[in-house]
Design a protein around this ligand. Structure first.
Ligand SMILES: Cc1cc2nc3c(=O)[nH]c(=O)nc-3n(C[C@H](O)[C@H](O)[C@H](O)COP(=O)(O)OP(=O)(O)OC[C@H]3O[C@@H](n4cnc5c(N)ncnc54)[C@H](O)[C@@H]3O)c2cc1C
Ligand SMILES: NC(=O)C1=CN([C@@H]2O[C@H](COP(=O)(O)OP(=O)(O)OC[C@H]3O[C@@H](n4cnc5c(N)ncnc54)[C@H](OP(=O)(O)O)[C@@H]3O)[C@@H](O)[C@H]2O)C=CC1
Ligand SMILES: CC(C)=CCC[C@@H](C)[C@H]1CC[C@H]2C3=C(CC[C@]12C)[C@@]1(C)CC[C@H](O)C[C@@H]1CC3
Length: 511
């Protein structure tokens, strides 16, 4: 990254400071953020153990819901002039941005952080909204269960994934995070508590995903469980042309019964590796690879080798597979600790990484933030899988940056914000771009706007944790607001209480 960009006329001392901040950020990360991250995790580990022993969470849930209701009553009693949002501070969420609205809206504390019930009979797990993916896999796997989609990264929360979205490499079979949820319990703007599912208050059930907390507060979600296996048998298929890559990826994604996981990493305009996984309890001991062990190379670097060696098969412990990109935060760690994948670093300090995304966000300061805004792209664009090759060409032209993450997902023709092209259930692919574009013409706003226009043209979607530069009418062309608006008209006080989605996610609403 060029730390001097935008500082051409600044005093020398300021330029030097910016240079150190950006290029030697790793010193601060190693000395402060890693120990802080460890302390933070250790605290919650002990806390969860105690709560689990006391079995206290289910008893406390009703009281916690009443507390959310009480806050809404207090808001109404105070005149209800401000709009409502959750009180979760902006630095804690899994996005580069913080909502400016947190400072102006009425903050409702929805601090519900426990797993309420693991029910093997109904094959469901009931979670409060702040339960994280790391917490969920740590709890469920030892019991022999898992949820069908475990979105990576560890700190993603159930609430954020329901109100936003979640996607993972099992999504070609199971859909998005919303599609594995059986019901939601919400506190609405009039203070009432409702439960919704595909058969009860179904309009609300289908309107909640992608509503970004603008229809009500989620206080619990019931999520489907499937049996967990010990290993993922992962086959690496190297591809040496765009045609081969997109065809292999689409063909493997279409095998919804056969393949439990499908993922692609694109390493250049003409090469990539498609990975196909199958859950199993039997592993060939000679081919077990515990990729999550701290001394192991970063996963995306490991996968790249298969382009040269010609493919292979490995057995990866399931939890290691779920969190395979966590240590390297996909490939963002290479910009933060440039020598983070060096064997000496891995053996000495690999056990302490990654630093928490939230703490990096909290401590990044204006200079680093500006560098990321100008020189990095963090985007996920969702397009019909039939457009994959065309989309990779567009990404190559616009950003010329690798790796790109490919994750297929099945989009059923359900009511709600996300209508598949031609109103027909079909396979989509999430193309994730995280890093510094190599195209010298890259301009954050102009380039992202061109990518957004392309995605609208092919009837795709943009993930909204990322920066969006769409106007409101472009946004409404991408997302179907009919059911959402009907619900906002129908549910008492909702329009007064909550902003519209666009008001929360557009670029000017976020710092
Ligand atoms: C029937 C049942 C009821 C429960 N009821 C409650 C309850 O009322 N309240 C409550 O709080 N919890 C409850 N739990 C969940 C319990 O708190 C979990 O065990 C806890 O969330 C994590 O367990 P652990 O770390 O001891 O798991 P372990 O199996 O010991 O952890 C496995 C590994 O995961 C790692 N790990 C642990 N947490 C994380 C994380 N967040 N991110 C990344 N890695 C992690 C650990 O370091 C360890 O290496 C319940 C679980 C069950 C099965
Ligand atoms: N693998 C993946 O699929 C990845 C997904 N993401 C994205 O990250 C986001 C999730 O991150 P996370 O940090 O967990 O969530 P956030 O705190 O970012 O929350 C996302 C949205 O959900 C709303 N929300 C959260 N909890 C509740 C609740 N209990 N009731 C009502 N509204 C709620 C928030 O409202 P408010 O603004 O009022 O707080 C916010 O608008 C999602 O948007 C997801 O798409 C990011 C990386 C990877
Ligand atoms: C798998 C999917 C769908 C998305 C993954 C997105 C993540 C790679 C990004 C989401 C939030 C991003 C942030 C950073 C890195 C990339 C993400 C984790 C930083 C940690 C980069 C360094 C900055 O100083 C702070 C950023 C916070 C958000």
């Amino acid at each position: 990254m060029d730390p001097m960009a935008g500082l051409e006329n600044a005093p020398m001392s300021e330029k030097l400071f910016a240079y150190i901040l950006v290029n030697y950020r790793w010193v601060f990360v190693l000395l402060f953020l890693l120990p802080l991250s460890l302390l933070y995790d250790a605290f919650f580990y002990v806390r969860n153990k105690i709560i689990f022993r006391l079995r206290s969470a289910p008893r406390q849930h009703d009281a916690r819901v009443k507390d959310v209701q009480r806050q809404i009553t207090a808001w109404a009693a105070s005149g209800g002039r401000q709009k409502l949002c959750t009180a979760r501070p902006g630095w804690q969420n899994m996005s580069f941005r913080r909502g400016k609205y947190k400072k102006t809206h009425y903050n409702v504390n929805v601090n519900l952080i426990d797993i309420l019930e693991v029910n093997p009979n109904s094959r469901t797990v009931r979670c409060e909204p702040m339960v994280s993916m790391g917490q969920l896999t740590a709890t469920l796997l030892p019991l022999g269960w898992t949820i069908p989609i475990v979105p990576e990264l560890d700190d993603l929360t159930v609430g954020g994934l329901v109100m936003g979205t979640g996607v993972e490499t099992s999504s070609h079979a199971h859909g998005l995070f919303q599609h594995i949820c059986e019901s939601y319990e919400l506190v609405l703007a009039d203070g009432s508590v409702v439960t919704c599912s595909a058969t009860e208050n179904s309009d609300l059930f289908y309107a909640v995903p992608w509503s970004y907390g603008t229809l009500g507060f989620l206080v619990s979600a019931t999520i489907r469980l499937i049996p967990a296996h010990s290993f993922v048998r992962l086959t690496y298929i190297p591809c040496h042309s765009l045609e081969e890559l997109s065809k292999t990826f689409a063909d493997e994604s279409a095998k919804r019964e056969e393949n439990d996981f499908v993922e692609g990493l694109v390493y250049s305009a003409e090469s990539g590796v498609v990975m196909v996984g199958k859950s199993t309890n039997q592993a060939d001991p000679d081919r077990i690879n515990r990729i999550g062990d701290y001394w192991k190379p970063w996963f995306f670097k490991h996968v790249e080798q298969f382009l040269k060696t010609g493919g292979g098969v490995e057995f990866i412990p399931t939890r290691h597979y779920y969190h395979r990109h966590s240590r390297s935060i996909f490939w963002q760690m290479q910009d933060i600790v440039p020598f983070g994948n060096h064997p000496i670093f891995r053996y000495l300090l690999g056990w302490a990484v990654p630093p928490k995304v939230s703490l990096m966000k909290l401590t990044q300061g204006e200079t680093v933030k500006k560098m990321y805004e100008t020189h990095q792209i963090i985007q996920d664009m969702l397009v019909p899988i039939t457009d994959l090759a065309g989309a990779i060409k567009v990404f190559h032209r616009e950003i010329n940056m690798y790796p790109l993450w490919l994750c297929p997902f099945y989009l059923p023709d359900n009511p709600g914000m996300l209508r598949p092209r031609d109103d027909r259930s079909q396979m989509y692919v999430d193309i994730g771009a995280y890093g510094a574009p190599k195209n010298p013409e890259y301009k954050a706003e102009a380039t992202t706007r061109r990518l957004e226009a392309y995605v609208r043209e092919v009837r795709g979607f943009q993930m909204l944790y990322a920066d969006t530069f769409m106007t409101e009418s472009e946004f409404e062309a991408m997302f179907d607001h009919r059911l959402y608006d009907r619900l906002r008209d129908k549910l008492a006080r909702t329009k007064d209480a909550f902003p519209r989605v666009y008001d929360k996610i557009n670029r000017s609403a976020r710092d």
